[in-house]
Every structure is written in structure tokens, then in C-alpha cells.
Design a binder for this molecule. Structure first.
Ligand code: ADP
Length: 161
């Protein structure tokens, strides 16, 4: 039986932290589906298509990684793919409470789905899409945080808004 997993998130935009988790998970699972949430209640800077496109450019070359998007409950989406593992990234202790609540809520909703947490390389453990958007809007150099083409898209988006 194939061991597959879903890595769901907003990815607004994808950072080297997400990419680090994707590479680690792709080494463990036969197939990893990176799933971009539509997230109506959490407005995003980039559209779903843009977020999917940036992920495809960043990790689309990894043989066993697929990129998809979804607008239902995570557990419903994961089940519809015939998968029972969710991957989430844990940076700091500050992520823990929210991730713990979400993992246990998802387990209540579907007891067959397990959430597995992975830690990025410590050099990415402080990176967040939110901070990157803030620093980009102030004109910072983002080369250490996101791929070059993401930095370009961020600046286009924030400076023409
Ligand atoms: P969400 O809105 O679902 O939290 P994000 O795109 O912000 O979406 O994050 C998706 C997942 O990736 C979450 O589990 C988050 O903790 C994790 N993550 C975000 N940034 C990093 C990072 N720098 N290193 C490791 N994991 C990260």
C-alpha cells in the first residue's frame, strides 16, 4: 500500500520554510499533495491560482510532489483523496497551541486521519508568510526567505496595490 500525505496550508506566499517541510515530507512519503486552502474567512494577498502557481514553480520538479487546492474542510478533502495523513510544520512553541487544537479537532471529525508535525531547519524556524508580507511592503531584501520569483511577485503586488 502506498503511503501518501497531504500538506495543507494557505501558502500566501510559499516560503523557504514551507519548501523545507515539503522536501522532508517527500523523502518519507510515496506521494505528497501540497494543498492550497481557498480560505474565505482569512483574506489572502495572492489568489488561489497565484499561490498554486508559485508552489508549482518552487517544488513542482520534485517527482512525488503534487500541488492542488481545496475549499472544503481539511479532513473532508484529505478523505476524498483516499489519504489519512496530514502534515503540518511546527516552528516555535508559539505554533503549538493552535496546531494542537486543530489536530485534535480534526481527529474528532475523522478519527482515521493522523496529523504529523515536522520541524524545519532551524534557520527557517522564524519565517512566516505574514512577516514576509510586512517586510516586503517596507522594501526589505527577501532573498533569504523566499525564492527570487516570489520576491518579485510580492513587490509587484504590494507596490502596485
Ligand atoms: P495556515 O494558514 O494553514 O497556517 P501557512 O501557509 O501559514 O498556512 O502554514 C502552513 C503550515 O506550514 C503550518 O503548519 C505552518 O505552521 C507551517 N509553516 C509555516 N511557515 C513555516 C516555516 N517557516 N517552517 C516550518 N513550517 C512552517
Amino acid at each position: 500500500m502506498k503511503r501518501n500525505a497531504v500538506y495543507p496550508g494557505t501558502f500566501d506566499p510559499v516560503t523557504y520554510g514551507h519548501i523545507d517541510i515539503i522536501k522532508r515530507a517527500a523523502r518519507i512519503f510515496d506521494e505528497l499533495v501540497v494543498a492550497v486552502a481557498h480560505n474565505a474567512e482569512k483574506p489572502s494577498l495572492f489568489s488561489t491560482e497565484e499561490r498554486v502557481d508559485m508552489l508549482k514553480k518552487s517544488v513542482g520538479h520534485i517527482r512525488n510532489v503534487k500541488i492542488d487546492d481545496f475549499d472544503s474542510l481539511v479532513v473532508k478533502y484529505v478523505k476524498s483523496k483516499g489519504i489519512n495523513v496530514i502534515i503540518r510544520g511546527l516552528r516555535m512553541i508559539s505554533d503549538f497551541e493552535y496546531e494542537f487544537q486543530m489536530a485534535l479537532t480534526n481527529r474528532k471529525l475523522n478519527k482515521n486521519i493522523e496529523t504529523i508535525f515536522m520541524m524545519p531547519n532551524e534557520s527557517y524556524s522564524y519565517l512566516s508568510s505574514r512577516l514576509i508580507k510586512e517586510t516586503a511592503s517596507l522594501g526589505a531584501n527577501l532573498g533569504a526567505f523566499v525564492p527570487k520569483f516570489v520576491e518579485k511577485k510580492l513587490k509587484e503586488k504590494l507596490w502596485t496595490a
